[in-house]
Design a protein around this ligand. Structure first.
Ligand code: 5GP
Ligand code: ZN
Length: 113
């Protein structure tokens, strides 16, 4: 499958890998939008949140928990952070392998643009 994040997970394309386990990999975003900007990638390919079904419920929870664990480990959980899942074209999704953005290190406004 011609998927950028599947290739990164497989190690065929380099990325700064910050955490990994059986189910997910956390990498640094190549074009950071905040002092800390990482992506939590499920090892299993899923095009987007729009393609998730009931059988993905544990995996979706796992991605959020690993974002929260990363924030606590890195020491910015108390200050706060933003978790984003861009979904499909109007949601701003550009890479169609489901991923959770974790952004931190500056205040964020709401609603986002
Ligand atoms: P999306 O717009 O799909 O929600 O997010 C895709 C993210 O992947 C963007 O923030 C973009 O900067 C990041 N990205 C795109 N290509 C690469 C790459 O080759 N390596 C890494 N580490 N991040 C990438
Ligand atoms: Zn993929």
């Amino acid at each position: 499958m011609d998927c950028l994040f599947c290739k990164i997970i497989a190690g065929d394309i380099p990325a700064q890998r910050l955490y990994e386990d059986d189910e997910c990999v956390i990498i640094r975003d190549i074009e950071p939008q905040a002092p800390t900007h990482v992506l939590v990638l499920p090892r299993t390919h899923l095009d987007s949140l729009d393609k998730a079904s009931a059988s993905d419920d544990k995996l979706l929870g796992k991605l959020l928990l690993e974002a929260a664990n990363f924030a606590r480990r890195e020491g910015f959980a108390d200050a706060g952070y933003r978790v984003v899942i861009n979904t499909n074209v109007d949601g701003g999704q550009t890479v169609f392998h489901l991923h959770v953005h974790l952004l931190a290190g500056r205040p964020f406004i709401f609603p986002p643009g």
